[in-house]
Ligand binder design. Structure first.
Ligand SMILES: CC(C)(COP(=O)(O)OP(=O)(O)OC[C@H]1O[C@@H](n2cnc3c(N)ncnc32)[C@H](O)[C@@H]1OP(=O)(O)O)[C@@H](O)C(=O)NCCC(=O)NCCS
Length: 146
């Protein structure tokens, strides 16, 4: 696995990548929801065409990050590296790519959410200067179940 980092490249998500991306998310253990089914995800992708980054090795998708932007704030969604490729700096590479994008559009602040049962990943973000907000409470209203 040495020098793997020199053998990867980025490209943007395309509709035909849906199944591979979805399977990578499942393999990496992310919790998915209705918003990750094909129809919903393609809607979201359409709004963020320039910042749904895929990391490619030997033609395969080995990492993904959805660096969403709503015109004010950035939101990192579903960062994942294929378990076979974890621990080689690809997560860092995907985060660097996302930050490069947010800097290029002069975005002021970026948020991300971590499931409480995935709290071991906090260290990964702490190491990259992210901090936990304890001054906010996240509230959600579900508008439809399917
Ligand atoms: C989080 C994730 C994307 C990191 O990808 P990766 O390619 O393994 O990370 P890297 O090799 O770039 O690791 C960079 C650093 O983070 C640390 N790290 C990586 N994953 C970690 C984890 N799960 N827990 C603690 N530390 C972690 C590494 O030890 C390394 O430390 P360093 O900064 O001191 O060098 C990957 O573990 C993953 O896909 N996890 C499952 C999906 C997930 O939880 N996504 C985040 C949702 S909020």
């Amino acid at each position: 696995m040495d020098n793997l980092i020199e053998k990867v490249s980025f490209r943007l998500f395309e509709e035909s990548d849906y199944d591979d991306v979805h399977s990578l998310w499942i393999r990496s253990g992310l919790k998915l929801s209705l918003s990750d089914n094909r129809e919903e995800l393609l809607k979201f992708a359409e709004f963020n065409k320039d910042s749904f980054f895929l990391l490619i090795h030997d033609g395969d998708i080995i990492g993904v990050v959805f660096a969403a932007y709503d015109g004010r704030r950035g939101y990192i969604n579903h960062l994942a590296v294929d378990p076979k490729f974890q621990g080689h700096g690809f997560g860092k590479l995907l985060m660097d790519k996302s930050m490069e994008f947010y800097n290029s559009i002069d975005c002021v602040k970026v948020h991300l959410m971590i499931e409480k049962d995935n709290s071991q990943v906090i260290k990964f973000y702490n190491n990259r200067d992210w901090h936990i907000r304890d001054d906010l409470i996240l509230m959600t209203k579900t508008l439809r179940e399917k």
